[in-house]
Design a protein around this ligand. Structure first.
Ligand SMILES: Cc1cc2nc3c(=O)[nH]c(=O)nc-3n(C[C@H](O)[C@H](O)[C@H](O)COP(=O)(O)OP(=O)(O)OC[C@H]3O[C@@H](n4cnc5c(N)ncnc54)[C@H](O)[C@@H]3O)c2cc1C
Length: 257
């Protein structure tokens, strides 16, 4: 774990083949795979900074902790992500989104450390946010801090909004189960959860994993699922769906081989 900005710079001066991990809520790693060095940013790397409606936090902070700060300082905009076990860095790298809102919409700038050790602030535009993607998917840079542009609200309204988000999520997603979030991205113009449900996948049990009864695009670990169990179910569903509909489903979850 990288604890300070100096440690990040030192690490990036001549890094081995590595992968950054936030809270790991969108990743399944093959323990026998090629990625040997996995790095994480400490939740305490940076102290939060509040300037008017701008909130800057370290990338290792959890969204839950970040929302506590938002509530304390009366800053609204991130409540839609309440309840998800994610870090700020992971949310930015994935351009986390739901219900028509994406994190990229409220990111003002992002501090990164590039290979060689250079520190740079990127504007939101330079982050190249797209549907569940950003420049951090193609560049192995370390996100260390994120500045959000939020709006003024009251702690009471933010708390109510957080509660409403969690309630909505609990109704629609298996938030309390062993899961990694969406298996597949939505194909253009389609909702993948509905597509899988219509094809009879909701609740379907495979070896050690099951498609959620709440949401067909969530995979649950119902036993001691291995990387191979997860991969083989994803490939099976992809093959079956393309045969039945002609649609190629692209994984949203990162299978790290
Ligand atoms: C119950 C549940 C519900 C979910 N609901 C949603 C949802 O509504 N919408 C949605 O979009 N996702 C959802 N997800 C998926 C997941 O939470 C998001 O993709 C989230 O953004 C991942 O955050 P993380 O910290 O766990 O990142 P990880 O899974 O650890 O990493 C994700 C990506 O970010 C990169 N990364 C992480 N930290 C850094 C860093 N500091 N610097 C550079 N790159 C970094 C990783 O290399 C990886 O490519 C859900 C997951 C769960 C378990």
């Amino acid at each position: 774990m990288l604890e300070t900005i100096d440690e990040v710079v030192e690490f990036m001066k001549d890094p081995p083949i590595f992968m950054m991990v936030g809270k790991g809520s969108n990743i399944v790693i093959n323990p026998e795979g090629n990625v040997r060095t996995i790095m994480q940013i400490s939740p305490y790397l940076s102290k939060e900074i509040i300037e008017n409606t701008f909130l800057t936090v370290g990338s290792g902070m959890s969204i839950t902790r970040c929302l506590s700060l938002c509530q304390k300082y009366g800053l609204s905009g991130l409540e839609f992500a309440a309840g998800v076990p994610a870090s700020i860095g992971g949310m930015v790298a994935m351009n986390f989104g739901c219900w028509g809102i994406e994190v990229g919409n409220i990111v003002s700038r992002v501090r990164v450390v590039k290979k060689g050790g250079a520190i740079q602030w990127l504007t939101s535009k330079e982050c190249q946010f797209g549907y569940r993607t950003s420049i951090f998917q193609s560049q192995n840079w370390v996100v260390t801090d994120v500045q959000f542009c939020l709006s003024k609200s009251t702690p009471e309204d933010i708390q109510a909004s957080i509660k409403a988000s969690i309630k909505q999520r609990l109704n629609k997603q298996p938030l309390r189960d062993k899961t990694f979030g969406s298996i597949f991205k939505n194909p253009p113009g389609q909702h993948v959860g509905k597509l899988l449900e219509d094809l009879g996948y909701k609740g379907k049990q495979f070896q050690n994993v099951q498609l959620s009864r709440k949401h067909a695009n969530f995979l649950l670990n119902t036993g001691k699922a291995t990387f191979q169990d997860v991969k083989s179910v994803i490939v099976t569903i992809q093959e079956e769906v393309i045969t039945q509909t002609g649609i190629h489903l692209k994984p949203e979850v990162h299978l790290v081989t």
